[in-house]
Design a protein around this ligand. Structure first.
Ligand code: KG4
Ligand code: ZN
Length: 352
């Protein structure tokens, strides 16, 4: 069964063709990072316009890249929830229109189910049930996945998502947008033991997650060292090339790198602690790591290491499928389509 999938829930315009849920025939992703970079974050109206403009040529291009035409496509799928409402509407409306015009059944996909499916792409065998740690810009959650179409929320962040925290801390440190990859790069140069940031409380069940405290701790750390962010750029000392003599005693780039590494270590420790507590609580010894933040090598390494020590098998999603893409959406749709579960064209976009 071949499914054409569309993903436009946030700032990536993506179209893919996937066979039988895991075989990627084509996967196009048009990143909007350069459009949002000057604003330091995603601007919804800018995202919608780009989706509307780019999707049109990308659909025939995805078919061409997969060496198929509409006769070879069995199902159309699009992300319907959650995400930016306008952004979702562009892809969902396009998907429904393409399904109707080409007389194909339609599947409306939950973006999180796409991330949950992503580690299984390429035919990776992951037994059911398994636990999944989903860490992205909008979500930080642990799910118990019983099958491709049933899951239960086990734990979730009480406030910010981990990716959101990486993005905000990166902005404070003047490392740019998107923050996750920028922090990871700086952390490679820094010392992760240079500073200690509290990992917060893990709660009675050990699965408690909260990132607003860590973000605030970073803010205090900057203030204490006089490196407070101004106009999106931290004030650094002379060694970082700054002119004014009055700034000479301020820390420099090395301090920024150490801060990034120490912050990353705290965030990673919190995620690893919650995920392993989840395996303890549920008795499920198979764990997947997925979502944009799963690109982070330190997180993947530390979760795998700690998992090994605790007798838990950890599957880290392939990096190419961690951040938003349409292959995971077409893949997740297969779980429904193969069971004959389709959605009507009256399906609406749901932002939350
Ligand atoms: O899954 P995703 O593409 O979009 C959402 O569904 O939110 O995740 C994007 C998030 C951003 O917050 C980005 O900073 C983060 O994933 N991210 C990373 C890395 N690469 C992307 N966070 C930490 N380390 C990375 N290497
Ligand atoms: Zn996502």
């Amino acid at each position: 069964m071949r499914i054409l999938g569309i993903e436009t829930s946030c700032d990536e315009t993506a179209v893919a063709v996937v066979e039988d849920g895991t075989r990627v025939l084509s996967s196009l992703i048009a990143s909007q990072v350069p459009l949002h970079e000057p604003y330091g974050g995603v601007v919804p109206e800018v995202a919608c316009r780009a989706h509307a403009e780019w999707l049109r040529p990308m659909v025939p291009e995805a078919l061409r890249a997969a060496s198929v035409d509409w006769n070879d496509i069995d199902v159309v799928a699009a992300t319907a929830r959650p995400g930016l409402i306008g952004a979702l509407l562009v892809g969902l409306t396009a998907g429904k229109a393409l399904a109707w015009a080409n007389n194909k059944p339609f599947v409306a996909v939950d973006h999180i189910e796409g991330h949950l499916h992503a580690p299984r792409m390429g035919g990776v065998e992951i037994p059911w049930p398994h636990l999944a740690l989903v860490v992205s810009g909008g979500h930080t959650e642990i799910y118990e996945c019983a099958s491709a179409v049933s899951r239960r929320l086990v734990a979730a962040t009480a406030d910010d998502a981990a990716g959101e925290c990486f993005d905000k801390v990166s902005a404070l440190l003047g490392l740019g947008y998107p923050g996750g990859p920028a922090i990871e790069q700086a952390a490679l140069r820094g010392d992760r033991k240079a500073f200690h940031f509290s990992r917060g409380k893990s709660g009675e069940d050990g699965m408690g997650l909260s990132f607003s405290g860590l973000k605030t701790a970073l803010l205090h750390h900057l203030r204490t060292h006089g490196v407070e962010s101004r106009a999106g750029r931290p004030r650094l000392g002379k060694q970082a090339g700054n002119r004014p003599e009055s700034d000479a005693k301020l820390p420099g780039q090395r301090w920024i790198d150490d801060t990034a590494a120490s912050f990353q270590e705290a965030a990673v420790d919190m995620l690893v602690r919650a995920a392993l507590a989840g395996t303890e609580r549920t008795g499920i010894r198979v764990l997947t790591l997925t979502g944009g933040v799963a690109c982070n090598r330190r997180l993947g390494e530390k979760l795998s290491e700690s998992g090994r020590a605790a007798g838990v098998t950890v599957h880290v999603c392939d990096r190419s499928l961690c951040t938003d893409n349409a292959a995971m959406i077409a893949g997740a749709a297969f779980g429904y389509a193969s069971r004959g579960l389709f959605d009507g064209l009256e399906t609406e976009a749901i932002p939350n």
